[in-house]
Design a protein around this ligand. Sequence first.
Ligand SMILES: NC(=O)c1ccc[n+]([C@@H]2O[C@H](COP(=O)([O-])OP(=O)(O)OC[C@H]3O[C@@H](n4cnc5c(N)ncnc54)[C@H](OP(=O)(O)O)[C@@H]3O)[C@@H](O)[C@H]2O)c1
Length: 367
Amino acid sequence: MASATEIEAMRRAIAVAEAALGIPNPNPAVGAVVLDAAGQVVAEGATTAIGGPHAEVVALAAAGERARGGTVVVTLEPCNHEGRTGPCTAAIVAAGVARVIYSVDDPHDSAAGGSAQLRANGVEVESGLLVEEAKRDLEPWLVAAGQRRPYVTWKYAATLDGRTAAADGTSRWITGPGARADVHVVRSRSDAVVVGIGTVLADDPELTVRGVDVGRQPLRVVVDTDARTPADARVLSAVAPTVVAVADDAAPERVAALRATSAEVLSLPRGDGGLDLAALLAALYSRERYLLLLEGGARLAAGFVARGFVDRVVAYIAPALLGCGAPVVADLGVTSIDAAIRLSPKDLTFLDGDVRIIAASTPRSGG
Ligand SMILES: NC(=O)c1ccc[n+]([C@@H]2O[C@H](COP(=O)([O-])OP(=O)(O)OC[C@H]3O[C@@H](n4cnc5c(N)ncnc54)[C@H](OP(=O)(O)O)[C@@H]3O)[C@@H](O)[C@H]2O)c1
């Protein structure tokens, strides 16, 4: 049974994790707090950028000898494997910690078993403390691990009548500076940003994170069946890496032109509406791109939605009307209100003059 101090420490660990969101990608943002043997908070830490120490190890280093006989409070089960860093369980045992309280079980076969390993070394272990709160930020990473495909967040900006561009093709800017700044925060927490070739040709976006301190830029991914991405497209700028996914039977001369750029060309089988999106997701998952931000446009979004690949929607809605112009999403084959794809509302936030709505594709525990 956790004490009031330990519950408070877990709240702090969750806050520390939230402040680190995106920094350790593709690792999850985890927070840890160390209490000394008398139950006083002596240190805290969050998982650092890839290859760096995990939250428990950061907090234990800050606590030093004061951790001996104390308690580690951490949002995710301490890992028990030799990955890019050593096992956290070994660091906890070496520090002489008497008790560990964690919130969420590690879903990975390779990392799990941390609690068993700790118990085998005489450490008292408790789990499940504030699990719903801790899962709020860990959810995408947990879903990706469970489904063995990236967690997909589909983000768009639209008018109140669901238009993402005007009839003349102009789309800058539908929303105001507050919403646009928020997009960069959302992007900074992603492992990859995905767009269709239609968006590249229409808007020439750069798709980088700007105005947010980010450990690494997300991978940019262009879904481009026939290798039509222009060599001077801004999405190929040197600021961030880019993958252009093309059909494995795309015209060789076009593919060769793309290979001459800085982009990595990924050849995939064709599927309905263009490329096989399941194959795309599998390829990105194998590159440890677990958190995907789908940024349009309408046809690619329809492809993802129709296949059940959208886990969450982040919609920035401007209170403006266009009456005509590009829709948020192309035809989904839904012809009756009974067949509408319904989502669960999760959050509603006012951003200056706009509104951000977050909805999840299915109700998930803690999501
Ligand atoms: N406001 C916003 O949030 C926002 C964001 C992004 C875009 N937009 C707007 O959206 C418009 C572009 O949308 P769009 O629908 O023309 O283009 P898109 O969705 O960006 O790209 C569609 C293209 O992606 C390729 N693709 C490959 N595999 C696919 C698959 N399995 N399913 C679907 N597409 C696949 C296809 O290219 P091939 O035809 O070569 O096979 C398809 O034509 C622009 O007007 C842009 O301004 C708005």
